[in-house]
Design a protein around this ligand. Structure first.
Ligand SMILES: [Zn+2]
Length: 269
């Protein structure tokens, strides 16, 4: 019955979703994340330009066809990804990269990428969010890389066990969590690098940190951790890098009132 009634323009207007301009979103993200200041292999910022008005953004860990299709089906005009598609420039546009760009251009969906700027951001970043979830205090920068620090270290208010931290990481981030129990049984200090952060293990050993938390495991870390007498928790590359993009969605929702949806396309790592 209602379907036959002509739409009431007043109601239609009242129900219109708030939208923001693509350029306003990009410039706010660039400024907040200090995109141009941070040295990275990823070419951070707007990688593919879509339509000019954005009412809904999709947040993804990885730029991939599956995420774009999900974004388009959910009515997103922009995808914000932690791992974008342009790393150290473009050498050719063919194969899978061609098909990704083709889909984005045809659907009008923008792609914005933020790799290290999002890892290291003090409130919205992956590592800050993990530190907060673990309840760390006295947070300080950790993980020297390309002239800056991309992670954080901090102390627990009271000593914790490796199992309790591993269980918390699993519960909060949902990844395939594993642990190396080679450090002190009472853990007071932890250092965090989300994703593929195993290269920072020597720094954690050097600083006599009790526990190193990262995403992806590494075969060579085993003996390094054993001999360095340090505990390690691996929370999964994908899963430890969800918090940053989710935080960006909440941030844009607060700033512009636009919808933000997480595009959950997990990898097996
Ligand atoms: Zn990563």
């Amino acid at each position: 019955m209602n379907a036959r009634r002509p739409p009431n323009p007043k109601t239609a207007r009242a129900k219109a979703k708030p939208a923001a301009s693509r350029d306003a979103i990009v410039s706010l993200l660039d400024k907040t994340l200090r995109t141009s200041e941070i040295s990275d292999r990823s070419v951070n910022g707007l990688q593919v330009e879509g339509v000019s008005e954005v009412a809904r953004v999709g947040l993804a860990v990885d730029a991939c066809l599956e995420a774009y299709k999900l974004a388009h089906a959910k009515g997103c005009q922009m995808v914000i990804a932690h791992h974008g598609i342009i790393w150290e420039g473009i050498k050719s546009i063919r194969g899978p990269l061609y098909r990704q760009i083709e889909f984005l251009v045809k659907s009008g969906v923008s792609l914005y990428a933020s790799h290290l700027p999002l890892d290291l951001h003090p409130t919205l970043g992956n590592n800050a969010r993990i530190a907060k979830a673990l309840g760390l205090k006295n947070i300080a920068p950790f993980g020297v890389y390309r002239g800056g620090c991309i992670g954080f270290e901090g102390s627990f208010p009271a000593p914790v066990t490796l199992k309790s931290v591993a269980d918390l990481v699993k519960k909060r981030f949902g990844g395939p969590t594993s642990a190396l129990p080679f450090g002190p049984p009472k853990i007071r200090r932890a250092a965090i690098i989300s994703g593929g952060g195993t290269a920072a293990l020597p720094e954690a050993i050097e600083k006599k940190i009790d526990l190193f938390v990262t995403g992806e495991s590494s075969h060579e870390n085993h003996h390094a951790a054993l001999e360095g007498k340090i505990n390690v928790v691996y929370g999964g590359h994908y899963h430890t890098e969800k918090p940053g993009v989710i935080a960006l969605g909440e941030f844009l929702n607060k700033k512009f009132g636009i919808d933000a949806v997480f595009l959950d396309v997990p990898t097996m790592v």
